[in-house]
Design a binder for this molecule. Structure first.
Ligand SMILES: NC(=O)c1ccc[n+]([C@@H]2O[C@H](COP(=O)([O-])OP(=O)(O)OC[C@H]3O[C@@H](n4cnc5c(N)ncnc54)[C@H](OP(=O)(O)O)[C@@H]3O)[C@@H](O)[C@H]2O)c1
Length: 305
């Protein structure tokens, strides 16, 4: 099968190759999925799990990509809950070969059924950004109606879902980002927008929840805005920054079938809009990664036409 692999961390995107690899086998509780579309997070080459297994041993050459939509083609020993021929979407294990490939083997529990009226490209754009937003807001941030949320990178893949879900939950959302993203963030439902390059973040006043996808100085200055009892959730930790009188949670998104189903249902009924940017193919993947063009929104690779 065709797959995009990396072998050398120092080479960055220049080290990516489109190669032939053996088709994966389904282990216990796995399924093999024929990948129709795969999502990609632009920072993946920086994650330790791209390069090492759970025992920190080199696992290269590694196949990139950890979210997908496709069709189940094989079941491992003991696998229940999914069947051959079923349309699915989900989040594959960080430490295993990924989804920028024609087939992937992954645990069945990390997938949810993809309804027949949802396109594979849409399905592949949802798992990481959707689950990160859901878990950050509702599990780690314990968002309540009437609270205010500072949603950083509100026009980005995660931030656009954070903005929409927080509004739906009855929160007041202050989106942030680059000057050029103001209208996009407002269109996703932000009540107001802070241009981090030109506006003063401190003018925002107090907020109940900061959803951080930027880190660094922005994270530190945001923590100072949190009201007593509020929470900083960060997807770009680890952080040692603690709000004065609140909680800070660094987290890494986890697969969750029920949450994936909640997310895709919202796409179907119009409560959630996707934020798909560049759509490419496996053959064009290397050129896409090496392009200097700004990739706004979620990058999706269409693996099967
Ligand atoms: N822990 C987890 O489980 C988890 C899960 C998902 C994502 N993440 C991480 O979260 C981050 C965001 O992911 P994503 O997929 O949402 O990326 P994305 O689509 O690139 O969104 C990030 C947004 O923030 C903007 N931004 C970044 N730095 C900025 C700055 N200094 N000033 C103003 N705007 C800024 C970006 O603008 P530009 O495009 O112009 O930079 C972009 O609009 C990544 O670091 C990713 O690795 C973590």
């Amino acid at each position: 099968m065709k797959a995009i692999v990396v072998t050398d961390q120092a080479s960055g995107t220049a080290g990516m190759k489109l190669v032939e690899r053996p088709e994966p086998q389904a282990a216990i509780n796995d399924v093999v999925v024929q990948v129709y579309a795969a999502g990609f997070v632009n920072t993946e080459l920086e994650w330790p799990s791209t390069w090492a297994d759970r025992a920190f041993r080199d696992r290269t050459p590694s196949i990139l990509g950890h979210e997908l939509a496709g069709v189940v083609t094989a079941l491992g020993y003991g696998t229940t809950g999914l069947s051959i021929g079923q349309r699915v979407f989900g989040l594959s294990d960080w430490h295993r070969d990924g989804t920028l490939a024609e087939y992937v083997a992954m645990e069945a529990r990390n997938l949810a059924p993809l309804p027949g009226d949802v396109d594979f490209t849409v399905g592949a754009s949802l798992p990481i950004s959707g689950l990160t937003a859901w878990q950050g807001l509702f599990q780690h941030g314990r968002l309540q109606a009437g609270q205010s949320v500072l949603a950083h990178g509100a026009a980005g893949a995660v931030g656009s879902v954070v903005t929409q879900l927080a509004r739906e939950a009855g929160a007041y959302v202050i989106g942030t980002g680059r000057a050029a993203d103001r209208q996009k963030a407002l269109d996703f439902g932000a009540n107001e927008f802070v241009d981090l390059g030109n506006d003063s973040l401190e003018d925002v006043g107090g907020v109940d929840l900061v959803f951080d996808v930027i880190g660094g100085d922005i994270q530190k200055r945001s923590a100072a805005l949190i009201r007593a009892g509020g929470t900083l959730v960060t997807a770009v930790g680890p952080t040692d920054i603690r709000p004065a009188d609140g909680l800070a949670v660094d987290f890494v998104v986890e697969a969750d079938r029920a949450q994936l189903s909640e997310i895709v249902q919202r796409v179907r009924d119009g409560r959630l809009r996707t934020n798909i940017g560049k759509v490419s193919s496996l053959e064009d993947a290397i050129a896409t990664f090496n392009s200097t063009e700004r990739r706004a929104g979620k990058t999706v690779f269409r693996v099967r036409p």
